[in-house]
Design a protein around this ligand. Sequence first.
Ligand code: PLP
Ligand code: COI
Length: 353
Amino acid sequence: MDIRFEKNTILKEKPDFEHLGFGKYFTDHMFVMNYDDHHWHDARIVPYAPITMDPASMVFHYAQETFEGLKAYKTEKNEILLFRPEMNAWRMMNSNQRLCMPLISENDFIEAVEALVRIEKDWIPSKKGTSLYIRPFMFANEAGVGVHASESYQFVIIASPSASYYKNGLEPVKIYVEDEYVRAVIGGTGNIKCGGNYASSIIAQSKAKQLGCDQVLWLDGIERKYVEEVGTMNVMFVIDNIVYTAPLSGSILPGITRDSILHILKDQQVEVKEEKIDIHFLMEAAHDGRLSEAFGCGTAALITPIGELLYKKQNIVINNHQTGHITRLLYDILSSIQWGESEDPYGWTRKVK
Ligand code: PLP
Ligand code: COI
């Protein structure tokens, strides 16, 4: 792919890398590519700037939009690593297929990400736990208010130097179990990454906030009984030393972190059950003291211990608000691969040269 580069003549002052937060600062450039007449064209890296769009652009009305999230990590040797970017490329193809949007090949997706990362390498913070969060997204921009697949699209990649999603890193968070609203049903869009899924989840997220919780744990959309995932992460529970996580049944996002953790757990000889988790089974296990750990996992959140669950006014404290043994082990193994501190026996990291 030919990528034209238009250098920004006014470079921004870098933020304080010690106090980044998540997704608040953006680099000097962005990758942009357009789709018209059935093909992608004009791949370019240009100064980061607002996008001008027709008010009738279809994304504003019918939300034909998909996105991805991955990170570039800086190692102690100043190398730059991406983590399983081919999985993001694959997932975006899947998302696009579901929303009748054009595909981008794995090669082009990775080439575009790498080209931007190379240009923005000075924006990658190096402290463990911080990285350059990369956000590829695509939207329909044909002007018209009839409901059909757009004929024009834009694919954009922006990047943001960030710390972990939850401000306290490996500190346990408090999660609200939502039993009124639902996130997804099988056959819907819960297993792809599109903005619409998040738009409909914000109301529950605000409820969680009001109740003093950090995030929402979603139950299945039909019986409101089986635990699915958290708003920004997949979720796992340790009961009697077995790790339970919801199966990829079609209504949860197939997380890349989830998949990586399942590989690591297998190699650590920890028993895993990918099966439907009844919220009552979980509550009972908590009451009996058998629920020893719970954690969420995702690119932005990495591995986030869950210290408390709130379900129908019942508060369950997990492991006395401490980070459990398996949670820490997984954090250590995964984060040391991502930040290049240890060998990568899985071949998951990819050097950006
Ligand atoms: N589930 C949801 C709803 C998410 O937004 C994310 C984040 O991307 C995940 C799970 C975790 O996916 P991944 O590990 O690929 O980042
Ligand atoms: C990610 O982990 O990359 C996500 O996309 C989560 C996000 C919605 C902040």
